[in-house]
Design a protein around this ligand. Structure first.
Ligand SMILES: [Zn+2]
Length: 368
């Protein structure tokens, strides 16, 4: 009897301790995982903030400790970010005006930033990401208006290190006149090799339409295509896109999108495109770039295994990036564009899966 009481007492103590130690070990597992597979984030608008707040004058600001933004170097390290695609975004109001100059200025500030801090390193290839022990910097253009309908400009951006361009942001572009009330909001092209190359089914900062019917999110039929296209969706942390008007948006809300996309398209189709410094509102507990481990912790708790999570953190993206780099000239997707050929104009108000494919075939090019 005394033994039973003692056992019960021990069990009570044990049950008090267990949740705490489980919690701790989940966190530790997330950190260990991220030390091993540092995150490649597909989208961050920090350099837009550098323009808005400091007119791109880097000498006026210490990027290690800056606290007016979601991003600084100390927080990136705390978030186990191993590579960051810096978005060089210029406002739609610059279209047909000075969009090209402004884009060049944003590319310039990324390069100056990445060359002047020892924590950062500019890279242009998947191998460059794999080899880097620092935070690898890559450049992505957000919105086709940045090329001013000029493929020559796009080629020169490539030479400057740009490795993706989203077709549209929130304005129509002559290359792809898409009705933006529909969900085909951002089909994206990767630029690769000495070619201007295309890959369908890359969504750089979207989430699941079935979980939240926001125009920027990707519906299930398009998610399913990611499987056959071995494409990727880089899930955004933008609270408005995740929540559909709900007041409370937390890590669990975001994890619901991950669970849904995994169910439809498999974990191999998922990456992360946080969109920090691109929007105001993020889920509770994910307020800045240091908080990525909290998401990984939550996904571990939901039963995601380590292979799946390493995929989400970096391997899935690297697979897609390598695939684009390895594509041969004259592949199936896209079509050759003679240098004298004008951009076709495509209009769509009905973006079914077929329509998005059709649009994509018009809007992506292989330049041989
Ligand atoms: Zn952005």
């Amino acid at each position: 009897m005394r033994n039973t009481a003692k056992l019960l007492w021990l069990l009570m103590i044990f049950s008090d301790i267990v949740p705490f130690s489980c919690e701790k070990s989940m966190r530790e597992r997330a950190i260990e995982l991220m030390q091993d597979a540092r995150l490649i984030d597909g989208h961050n608008d920090f350099v837009l903030q550098l323009r808005i707040l400091y007119q791109n004058r880097l000498s006026r600001v210490n990027l290690r400790e800056l606290n007016r933004t979601h991003t600084n170097l100390v927080k990136l390290q705390a978030g186990y970010v191993g590579a960051q695609f810096w978005s060089v975004y210029v406002l739609c109001s610059a279209q047909n005006k000075d969009a090209v100059r402004l884009t060049l200025e944003q590319i310039d500030v990324v390069k100056r930033m990445c060359n002047s801090y020892e924590e950062l390193e500019l890279v242009m290839t998947s191998q460059g990401i794999s080899d880097s022990r620092r935070i690898a910097c890559l450049i992505g253009i957000e919105g086709g208006h940045s090329i001013d309908s000029s493929l020559a400009t796009l080629r020169m951006y490539y030479d400057l290190g740009v490795r993706y361009m989203t077709l549209t942001h929130s304005c129509n572009t002559p290359c792809c006149r898409i009705n933006l009330s529909v969900y085909i909001y951002q089909l994206n092209g990767f630029l690769s090799g000495n070619l201007i190359m295309t890959l369908l089914s890359v969504h750089l900062h979207s989430s699941a339409f079935s979980v939240c019917n926001h125009s920027r999110n990707v519906p299930d039929d398009i998610l399913q295509q990611l499987v056959s296209d071995t494409g990727i969706i880089m899930v955004t942390f933008n609270a408005d896109v995740l929540a559909c008007g709900r007041k409370v948006v937390n890590i669990s809300t975001l994890a619901d999108h991950f669970d849904h996309i995994k169910e439809i398209a498999g974990s191999e189709s998922i990456g992360i495109g946080g969109d920090y410094d691109g929007v105001e509102r993020f889920p509770e507990g994910l307020q800045d770039v240091s908080k990525y481990p909290s998401l990984i912790e939550e996904l571990l708790r939901r039963g995601w295994n380590e292979t799946e999570l390493k995929g989400v953190l970096r391997e899935n993206f690297l697979r897609v990036f390598r695939e684009v780099e390895n594509k041969d000239e004259g592949g199936e997707e896209g079509r050759r564009l003679d240098e004298t050929e004008a951009f076709p104009t495509v209009t769509s108000t009905n973006a079914s899966a077929e329509t998005s494919r059709l649009l994509a075939s018009y809007c992506f090019y292989l330049q041989g």
